[in-house]
Write a protein that binds this ligand. Structure first.
Ligand code: DLZ
Length: 168
C-alpha cells in the first residue's frame, strides 16, 4: 500500500476527548518512533493528563484485548500501535490477521474508533521508513492517532445532529 493520497494531518481540538494508546513491545526502535508520533498528535490536540493513557503489551497479538478493555471503559478513542516483520514461517500471517481482525472487531462491536497503527512489513527497513523517525518517509503513529481522534470527533458531531451511534 502506498502512502500517496493520505489526508493532511491538521491540528485537532481534542480538549475533552479521552484516548488510550495500546502499544506492542516488539521492535523497540520502530515502536519508539510510532509512540512518539502518536503522543505528539495527541498532545498537540490537548489530549493530556488524565485523559491520556498509554499501556504496553507484549506483542501485536495482544493489542485487541487491550483495545477492547479501554473501548468498553468509556474511552472515546483507542490508538493501537505495533510492528510485525515477516520471518521465515507463516507466524507473520497469523499475528497480522489476529491484530487486524481483532481490532476491527473491537471498533465495530463497541462503536469506539480504533486508530490502526500496526505496521506489517517484509523487513525492518520498511518499518523504519514508516516509523516517524529522523529519515522516515511516513509517520504511521501520528496518522493512527490523528485518525482515531478525528473519527471520535466526527461521530460526536454526527450524534449531535441526530445520527445515533452504536454506543448511544
Ligand atoms: C511471536 C511474535 C513474532 C514472531 N513476531 C512478532 C512481531 O514481529 N511483532 C509483534 O508485535 N509480535 C510478534 N510476536 C509476538 C506475538 O504478537 C505475541 O506477543 C506472542 O505470540 C505471545 O502471545
Amino acid at each position: 500500500m502506498s502512502g500517496h493520497g493520505a489526508p493532511e494531518l491538521d491540528r485537532l481540538d481534542g480538549g475533552d476527548v479521552r484516548v488510550a494508546v495500546v502499544a506492542a513491545s516488539w521492535h523497540e526502535q520502530v515502536m519508539g518512533g510510532l509512540l512518539d508520533g502518536a503522543l505528539r498528535v495527541l498532545t498537540d490536540a490537548g489530549v493530556t493528563g488524565g485523559r491520556l493513557t498509554v499501556v504496553r503489551v507484549p506483542g501485536s497479538f495482544e493489542l485487541p484485548v487491550a483495545a477492547a478493555r479501554f473501548a468498553r471503559a468509556g474511552y472515546d478513542a483507542v490508538v493501537a500501535l505495533g510492528v510485525v516483520i515477516r520471518g521465515g514461517t507463516p507466524h507473520f500471517d497469523y499475528v497480522c490477521q489476529a491484530a487486524t481482525v481483532g481490532l476491527t472487531q473491537v471498533t465495530v462491536d463497541t462503536g469506539v474508533p480504533v486508530g490502526f497503527g500496526v505496521l506489517t512489513c517484509d523487513d525492518e527497513q520498511q518499518a523504519l521508513d514508516r516509523a516517524g523517525l529522523p529519515g522516515s518517509r511516513e509517520d504511521k503513529g501520528a496518522e493512527a492517532a490523528h485518525a482515531a481522534v478525528t473519527t471520535a470527533l466526527a461521530l460526536r458531531a454526527a450524534a449531535g445532529r441526530g445520527a445515533r451511534t452504536a454506543r448511544d
